[in-house]
Write a protein that binds this ligand. Structure first.
Ligand code: KIV
Ligand code: ZN
Length: 406
């Protein structure tokens, strides 16, 4: 038993306490399965293959390619992806039933590295109202399901659905039984996006301390964003010892979505000093992959979205622009180049200052100083009050005007 950890601001993450070495966190991408469950996000076979290739290039460890029992199209997509992709493990989802598991097993069979992901709800609400099963029946069904999956694939993940609303004693019992039956990854979904960062920390910590065979499986986190906490909760689970994060590109997924892959990856990369974790993701591919998923799903990315939004590296205020021109680290904790975005954008608007205007004029080939800069800046501020964004053409027009009147 390890000592009880608390997640206060001063404490180091629990998993990092044991050693100073950086832990490798597996990235399990479910854009093609949970992500596709976003209303309006369905993708055709060619689009799914294109996304799967992009995810492989991005460096994700596991691609959940679909839910093979859901439709013949889903089966076909998982099978084609299993044939095509070599670099990532290909996973198919299955409810805890023979039909589902055998269908998933057939679909992922062609993959060089395959996984079957079996899930069964465990919370009292789901047991009583959805499954109408007793706790004993749930444990029995979970064990049978995992054993069947193991007979077809050595890499089996088990998810107690709605785990974060499940009674702790029962959760420990199911997890222990699933590991005994052969599950090598235990995923702990916050299916309805209900928990807080402190609570999820306690759940992971509790599982690590109380489940006697927990060291035989990797703990995984799968958070939904109903309260806007999916990324914070995922990182809290990592701090408490999770070795795998389930996430989607742009955070798409059921209802409010899943934890955003680009955000959890950059949290670990940028704050490696705190989490002492790393991933195999090529961060320069984050923005291109985000753009691709947005294009094929038709779901646009909000402008202020962390990491991949158009404004993620844009600075408008004069004070920030001045700081940026002197030293980027004043207002940037990571660089746009690191995530595959072309460059920092010093947006010219009504909050911008003289330094940014002079800098932009210089990139347009005009050195502005003294009275010239003062006059153009005055005209620029008048224009900026009328227009949301000032383009290079506007700046050039103001400069021309200044030259012709001086
Ligand atoms: O949110 C959830 O519980 C799921 C499971 C199928 C893992 O997506
Ligand atoms: Zn989910």
């Amino acid at each position: 038993m390890e000592p009880q950890q608390t997640a206060n601001a001063d404490s180091k993450p629990a998993a990092a306490d044991a050693s100073n070495e950086s832990r490798h966190i597996r990235i399990f991408d479910t854009t093609l399965r949970d992500g596709e469950q976003s209303p309006g996000a369905s993708m055709n076979l060619a689009e799914k293959l294109e996304v799967a290739y992009a995810l492989e290039k991005l460096g994700v460890d596991i691609i959940e390619a679909g839910f093979p029992i859901a439709s013949p199209g889903d089966f076909e997509a998982v099978q084609q992806i299993a044939r095509a992709i070599k670099g990532s493990t290909i996973c198919g989802l299955a409810r805890c039933s023979e039909k589902d598991i055998l269908r998933a097993a057939d679909a992922v069979e062609p993959a060089e590295k395959s996984r079957i992901h079996v899930f069964l709800a465990t919370s009292a609400i789901h047991r009583e109202f959805k499954l109408r099963m007793t706790p004993d029946e749930i444990v029995k069904r979970a064990v049978e399901g995992v054993k069947l999956a193991v007979s077809r694939c050595e890499d089996v993940e088990f998810s107690p659905e709605d785990a974060c609303r499940t009674e702790h004693d029962f959760l420990c019992r199911v997890v222990e039984a699933a590991i005994d039956a052969g599950a090598t990854t235990i995923n702990v979904p916050d299916t309805v996006g209900y928990v807080t960062p402190q609570e999820i920390y306690q759940i992971f910590d509790m599982l690590r301390n109380r489940v006697p065979n927990m060291d035989k499986a990797i703990l995984s986190t799968h958070c939904h964003d109903d309260l806007g906490l999916a990324v914070a909760n995922s990182m809290s689970a990592v701090a408490a010892g999770a070795g795998q994060i389930e996430c989607t590109i742009n955070g798409i997924g059921e209802r409010a979505g899943n934890a955003a892959l680009e955000e959890v990856v950059m949290a670990m990369k940028t704050r490696g000093d705190f989490y002492r974790c790393h991933t195999s993701i090529d961060s320069k591919r984050l923005v291109p992959t985000s753009r691709l998923v947005s294009k094929v799903t038709g779901i646009s990315v909000q402008r202020n979205k962390a990491i991949v939004g158009r404004n993620a590296f844009a600075h408008e205020s004069g004070i920030h622009q001045d700081g940026m021109l002197k030293e980027r680290s004043t207002y940037e904790i990571m660089s746009p180049e690191e995530v595959g975005m072309a460059k920092t954008d010093l947006v010219l608007g009504k909050h911008s200052g003289r330094a940014a205007l002079a800098d932009r004029a210089k990139t347009l080939g005009v050195e502005l100083a003294g009275d010239e800069l003062k006059n153009v800046f005055e005209q620029f501020k008048i224009l900026a009050d009328k227009k949301k964004e000032i383009y290079d053409g506007d700046i050039m027009a103001l400069i021309q005007q200044q030259i012709s009147t001086s």
